[in-house]
Design a protein around this ligand. Structure first.
Ligand code: RUQ
Ligand code: CUA
Length: 672
């Protein structure tokens, strides 16, 4: 009730309207700061009726008025959520929690004309796997927005594919995927991706150890031949691409590396990565060995990997690396000898490592430990400089003493996984086993909560089984507070019956009010893929294009293409046929393309429209071709006309009243 009374959103009018329907709450005085639009307006009589008919409770109404977005008004924040094994990214507006877009990344997606023949794309055609080819699917886990001085800058987005160990680059000017960076040393990753404060590097931590470079070794040689890996992908902001040539990897012991975070402020130049299975368990349940789930949980401690990436960069410049499969690799021995790698004990099977906004502390949540452990970077640095080690691991990596670098341990509850931050001095940790979010205080000087530092303050239950959580600007040096989204893995009974495969439940939690209990405002069913992590950016930081800057835009080079024409033409050169085709409401030019079986066809399609939203599609029935050509865009399609016959092509987007008439015929004459 208390929160209701204070809420800016609930106008006296609404309160009295509700009172008339049996709600027993009152306001002692008119709510201060109530926007005039609300307080002066007469609430339609129907509103109270709807509230009664639907049996809405006060908290429901608070949720509704906090999240409802009037037509034409824009959301304040955008959340980029990974799509799990849908291979995509979901763009969700906050506070409305509406799915605004998907971004095709590793998987073909026909609405976006992605993966069905358009050449201006890292995924030209749906791969089928085999022969060293990557399969046409992915398991996207951790999106990372580009940063400038530790703040999201709204320019680029990166995402890792756990199933194939690669990273994609998305340009946020047009929300399109531009590049896959595919490391040649490992088949999988998990701790990817995380950016350094000026996006110098995109960090990708491998997960399940393997012999590096796709080599073979039996599992009995696990300790000698299998290895872990951390890849530091160099990002060229000017080009908007990962610079593979200047990227490098660091060889690691065969522990399973997990999530990572980059240092900032005082810890800038360093990176932190969790690991599990320092037991080096090799499974084999069928042979009577302990299964992985038991084998990896035998020791009390695993190791946080602490990297000095600035120093690694110097090693690369000095030529102190090996080249494996054409990729620069700092060997484990070099990493140890040159002091770029240290270990810190962390309690049982840790999962998330999150650097606080000030960059002074690293928060580690251990899945099997009810605490989060907070490490001080200052203490780490001191211990490293003083060579204050408790010993070395089997591979010679120095291990810092837990007690020398620990700042605090905060008991939160069961199954802590990930931590995010706000601008009031609170941290928020997801509790998987408890299905709750814990709010606790940082003992930091950047933001200070009124309560005692390093203390659990409150918890809010979520439904159900929360994995990650994301706060607004939560990974930056200056989080915004206000919104938190719990990315819950199970939804159980929250939504209508939909068969045995259920959506996830993304819950919006109001974290804006100090002292008040946290409130879940909205449940968003995510009926596609499985979002893992998400980042939330202030919407006005995104400087997206409404239409492409010039007609004839090549979206891969982000510059004008020389293939654009305003009048259609067909150029025949022996067996090669080039079709230059402009598109405008509501026709293609040409409408007839006559070729001979076996001829090679290159089509350049240009959307001449300058009107926002006037997108045209292009598809050739029977040729597995689908393109989306946004206003100004030029795309290239190439195919060999192997099948004779007549193939209608048509526009896929309902672009005008005469959209059905936007069509043509590809006529493939059979060979004599
Ligand atoms: S993690 S299972 Cu982000 Cu918690 Cu992938
Ligand atoms: Cu163009 Cu429909």
């Amino acid at each position: 009730m208390n929160a209701m009374k204070k809420s800016l959103w609930v106008a006296p009018v609404l309160v009295s309207a509700l009172a008339g329907f049996g709600f027993k709450w009152t306001t002692d005085k008119p709510v201060e700061n109530t926007p005039a639009v609300v307080s002066d307006a007469k609430l339609p009589a129907d509103a109270a009726k709807v509230i009664q008919e639907r049996g809405l409770k006060p908290d429901d109404i608070l949720g509704a008025v906090s999240t409802f977005m009037p037509s034409g008004q824009y959301d304040d924040y955008m959340m980029f959520a990974s799509g799990g094994h849908s291979g995509q990214i979901f763009v969700i507006g906050l506070p409305s929690m509406r799915l605004l877009r998907t971004i095709a990344v590793f998987e073909a997606e026909s609405w976006q004309g992605y993966g069905f023949g358009v050449k201006e794309s890292p995924l030209v055609s749906v791969p089928t796997g085999g022969d060293g080819q990557k399969a046409g699917w992915a398991d996207t886990h951790h999106p990372a927005l580009s940063e400038t001085n530790g703040d999201y800058d709204g320019q680029f987005l990166f995402i890792g594919d756990k199933s194939h160990g690669r990273i994609a680059v998305i340009d946020l000017k047009d929300f399109e995927t531009k590049q896959f960076a595919d490391g040649p040393l490992m088949h999988n990753d998990h701790g990817g991706c995380f950016v350094t404060p000026n996006t110098e590097y995109v960090i990708e931590g491998a997960q399940y150890s393997e012999p590096l470079g796709g080599e073979y070794a039996p599992i009995s040689q696990y300790r000698e031949k299998y290895r872990g890996l951390a890849t530091f992908w160099k990002f060229d902001r000017q080009k908007g691409r990962i610079d593979v040539e200047n990227s490098f990897a660091v060889e690691l012991p065969p522990y399973w590396q997990d999530l990572a975070d980059a240092g900032k402020g005082p810890s800038e130049g360093w990176a932190f990565m969790n690991s599990l299975n320092t037991e080096m368990a090799t499974g084999g349940i069928e042979e009577g060995n302990p299964p992985f789930e038991a084998g990896t949980a035998q020791r009390d401690m695993d190791y946080m990997h602490v990297f000095n990436w600035k120093k690694s960069e110097e090693l690369i410049k000095a030529g102190k690396f090996e080249t494996k499969n054409g990729f620069k690799l700092i060997t484990l021995k070099t990493a140890v000898d040159e002091g770029v790698l240290y270990f810190i004990p962390e309690p049982k099977s840790p999962h998330g490592v999150d650097v606080t906004p000030s960059g002074k502390y690293m928060v580690v949540a251990g899945k099997l430990d009810p605490h989060v452990t907070v490490y001080s970077f200052e203490k780490m640095k001191k211990a490293i400089d003083a060579k204050d080690f408790e010993g070395k691991d089997d591979y010679g990596v120095p291990i810092l003493r837990f007690d020398a670098v620990k700042e605090a341990q905060v008991e939160l509850g069961l199954g802590p996984l990930h931590t995010q931050f706000d601008n009031q001095g609170y941290a928020y940790t997801s509790l998987f086993l408890e299905s709750a979010v814990a709010r606790w205080t940082l003992g930091d000087d950047k933001y200070r909560a009124p309560e005692k530092p390093w203390t659990l303050v409150s918890k809010v239950p979520v439904q159900f089984n929360i994995g990650h959580l994301a706060t607004a600007e939560g990974d930056t040096v200056s989080p915004d507070g206000k919104h938190l989204v719990a990315l819950n893995k199970w939804s159980v009974d929250r939504f209508s019956k939909l068969g045995p495969l259920l959506p996830q439940n993304l819950q919006l939690v109001d974290i804006g009010k100090t002292g008040d209990t946290l409130k879940v405002l909205y449940d968003m069913p995510m009926g596609s893929g499985e979002p893992h992590y998400a980042q939330i950016i202030k919407a006005d930081k995104l400087k997206t294009w409404d239409v492409y800057p010039e007609i004839g835009w090549n979206t891969m080079t982000q510059s004008k293409s020389d293939k654009m024409v305003t009048e259609g033409k067909i150029v025949r050169n022996g067996n090669h046929v080039e079709v230059y085709m402009p598109l405008i409401r509501s026709h293609f030019d040409p409408e007839h393309i006559e070729i001979e079986q076996g001829q090679h066809v290159t089509m350049y399609l240009t959307n001449l429209e300058r009107t926002i939203d006037a997108t045209h599609g292009f598809s050739i029935a029977g040729y597995n071709i689908a393109a989306s050509i946004e206003p100004g865009e030029t795309v290239t399609i190439e195919f060999t006309a192997e099948k004779p016959g007549v193939y209608p092509y048509y526009c896929l987007e309902f672009c005008s009243a005469l959209h059905l008439e936007m069509t043509g015929y590809l006529m493939v004459k059979p060979k004599k």
